[in-house]
Design a protein around this ligand. Sequence first.
Ligand code: NAD
Length: 470
Amino acid sequence: MQKYEMTIDGRSVTADRYEEIRNPSTGAVVGLAPVGTLDHLEMAIAAAERAFASWRRSSDAEREAACNTIARVVTENAGELATLLSMEQGKPLKGLGAEFEMGGCAAWAGYTATLKLPVTVIEDSPSKRIEMHREPVGVVGSITPWNWPLMIAIWHIVPAIRTGNTVVIKPSPFTPLGTLRMIELIAAALPPGLVNIVSGDNDIGAALSRHEKIAKVVFTGSIETGKKVMSSAAPTLKPLTLELGGNDPGIVLPDVDMSKLVEPMFWGALINSGQTCGALKRLYVHDSVYDEVCAALVAYGSQIPMGDGLDTQNVLGPLQNERQFRKVIELVEDAKAQGARVLLGGEPRSGSGYFYPVTFLAECRDGMRIVDEEQFGPVLPIIRYTDLDAAIAAANGTQFGLDASVWGSDPAQLSAVAARLEAGTVFINKHAEIAPNVPFGGIKCSGLGVEFGVEGLAAYTTIKIINAAL
Ligand code: NAD
């Protein structure tokens, strides 16, 4: 059985204990992950601190080159990493799966390399010159989830390196292998200590957030854990970027053209079997088109192949872990008991793996758990509305605020509804599209700060003003 190792200070570091990581499609052991300790974390933070002492003085060109190196390493090893990712996460190689995720890693790293945060001259007058510089913060602590483990690791690491910081990353205990291998490859191509990884249980994440030598935490995960990270970080007042859970609403207007929109609507909800923070998670459909929208989604969704990720026919995979599998079963059972009508799916698949079929539930209502909570699975509750104002109020009436969408044909009405939806991103006639040049983040309990673009990059810096008398 293949053992994966942590990488600290450019060297492979073993642990006393290893845990089996299993394929959620088959239950087979994929590999052994080291269970790091608080001592490993101290080693990693010390290495990152030493590396920071020189990396903070690196030139802009050196930082850009390091990010391009990351993009190259990821591209050169995309085949191996995609296969490992598919086996441990469950997502298929094909479709919007593991190969797509590796393509995203390379695209984000390459694009982020090109971003610049030049010195800004705020005032240049006969008596003074005031400049604004962007300084690195120090050692960045990164904590990642299990749904898009490699892409999210890249989202955290690359902007940190691009701005002169160093990194200690802690991957999810559900999906550590791909990140361990990717960091091993990346670290071998960069100066020692720039990127370090400590895998292990949740206590490593808590200790990282608390640590006085960690200058910033970038965390992607659930709202519940995000609150814990914020509280652990409070004594050291470290800046945070928190990308948290979503329960994205979509509003379908009476003039929707489903012949054009069924495909983006389906994938907006079902990408990664619904295990995506910014996926469409509750759909409000006008009464006049309710049956037509339901029928179109069912017709499209019933022919999408789901199964073992390494079978290239499949484009949807299982739930990643048993906890998530049980949660999806529980939410659907609760909805059925409350009067939801199953249009497609609705029962877990028997046999091996955490497979839950594509499921559409009609006659759902606000107040049902499947509507109010983040289901994070291949299940879409469809809610009937007659009054648009009430639908907008329901869409906005939660603690969530990651993305939202509106679907229809009249550009003026689409813009008017988009303006009233409360979310970090509002999509029109699509959902769950992200790009490295477009800032992304949640409002309300869905997050703090943004990633991507110049705004996302700036979050890895502090402002330093040089104010000179002339
Ligand atoms: P999670 O919150 O359970 O775990 C995320 C990470 O936090 C893991 O590495 C975990 O080990 C670590 N952790 C656990 N307890 C900790 C603590 N006390 N202190 C510090 N770290 C701790 O999330 P998950 O189940 O892995 O991921 C799913 C969630 O992530 C969903 O809610 C999803 O919406 C969200 N998510 C958000 C985004 C976004 O960009 N907004 C992207 C992906 C996933």
